[in-house]
Write a protein that binds this ligand. Structure first.
Ligand code: ASP
Ligand code: MG
Length: 404
């Protein structure tokens, strides 16, 4: 049995009109001889009645009285509704379909409510159903603990459901349908010349996703990578295959291409702590305090005289307060942003950093900090410069010219 996984996001299933495109893709895959595991997100976006954020709003007046466990029960309803509607519309068109909740689909998670991790997939039910049906429509984003409680996988988690099912069933590929053409070389709202990326490696897309590219959940890419199942990120409105993501073996142009895309993350705060007096005591104390409060740190730079790092804006006040209570002197640079250039081809190639520094300097962008790995270079800049920085980096690597 050859299995294809197709995941449809909230906008794709938002209206009967949009679902006609969804159904067309499913019918096409059926004609090609596949058994299809469909994964759906909740219908639309707030203020649509069954969108995840709309459901969450239903308990807002209780000011946090709702437990994380019960919030999951509420949030999971959106995907269940979507699965039933799509399944009914498929059956109406003589496609043999059955809707399944995450639990019925065999998705077993831990009990970390609101951001549960998939522990196992019990494949029996889907396997048996596909012997008599063309399609199973699985409610994305949800799972069940071994004790029988409903969980959700973290925002954007339907991608994770799709990847996990693709891995469990050794699918031919995992297709993620969305309302854009694929993964772009930069956010097209920011860079007019941004182009869809045709092929990329798991690592590149994972990095782009972690650095702020929104089209796919990075966890989903990791799961597909571990299982070696190719992914295709594509538009529900087109037949074009969009972006193909795989290991990139035998693809010479991946290594010819220095940079694949530019991502950015706003709302970052840089903290600088003087440690000159007692570096050996202060250095560990700073990071211990952050770790104990569950604040994740980035752009870490440690020298005997000072420690510099960044935190997300939403936890900045808390971080500053904790450090001050420990009698530390904290200098704060608010409203920063991180811009990342990602590309598997930059490994061991000299001159990448030089290009970035020159491009940003020419564009009048001040670099506050920088860091790099073998596939990514990050720069921290003032938030007001993001637009210029992303465009300058996009241009210097000629991402608008090449057919990526
Ligand atoms: N509906 C969920 C969310 O909005 C899951 C998803 O769409 O992937 O986060
Ligand atoms: Mg999504």
């Amino acid at each position: 049995m050859q299995i294809l996984v197709q995941k449809f996001g909230g906008i794709s299933v938002q209206s009967a009109e949009n679902r006609k495109h969804v159904i067309r893709h499913i019918q096409k895959a059926k004609k090609e001889g596949f058994k299809i595991v469909i994964v759906v997100s909740a219908l639309g976006r707030k203020p649509d009645p069954y969108a995840t954020d709309t459901l969450v709003e239903l308990v807002q007046h209780t000011h946090g009285a709702v437990s994380r466990r019960e919030l999951d029960l509420l949030m999971s309803c959106g995907e269940t509704i979507a699965a039933v509607i799509l399944s009914a519309e498929l059956q109406q068109r003589q496609v043999k379909a059955m809707a399944l909740t995450g639990a019925q689909a065999g998705i077993v998670t831990n009990a970390d409510y609101n951001q549960a991790k998939i522990k196992a997939i019990v494949p029996q039910r889907i396997k048996e159903t596909l012997e008599t049906h063309d399609v199973v429509v699985v409610a994305g984003f949800q799972g069940q603990t071994s004790a029988g409680d409903t969980t959700t996988l973290g925002r954007g988690g339907s991608d994770t459901t799709a990847a996990a099912l693709g891995a469990a069933f050794q699918a031919e590929r995992i297709e993620i349908f969305t309302d854009v053409q694929g993964i772009m070389t930069a956010d097209p709202r920011m860079v007019k010349q941004a182009k869809p990326i045709k092929t990329a490696t798991y690592t590149e897309i994972c990095n782009l996703a972690y650095q702020g590219a929104k089209v796919i959940h990075p966890r989903a890419v990791e799961i597909a990578m571990q299982a070696g199942i190719p992914m295709q990120i594509r538009s529900v409105y087109m037949d074009d295959m969009g972006t193909r993501i795989d290991a990139g073996n035998n693809r010479w142009h991946v290594s010819e291409r220095l940079v694949t895309g530019i991502a950015h993350t706003p709302a970052i705060v840089q903290l600088c702590i003087e440690t000159e007096a007692e570096p050996l005591r202060l250095q560990p104390a700073i990071f211990k305090a952050m770790a104990e409060t569950g604040i994740s740190v980035d752009f870490i730079s440690i020298s005997p005289s000072r420690v510099i790092f960044t935190v997300a804006e939403r936890v900045a006040d808390q971080a500053i307060h904790i450090l001050q209570t420990l009698d530390m002197k904290v200098a704060v640079t608010p409203d920063c942003a991180k811009v990342s250039a990602v590309g598997a081809g930059m490994r061991d190639i000299p001159g990448v950093a030089s290009k970035i520094v020159s491009a940003l300097t020419d564009a009048g962008v001040q670099i506050l900090q920088a860091a790099d790995s073998h596939t990514t270079i990050w720069v921290l800049i003032h938030g007001k410069d993001v637009h210029r920085a992303v465009n300058a980096m996009h241009a210097i690597f000629e991402l608008d010219h090449v057919n990526v």
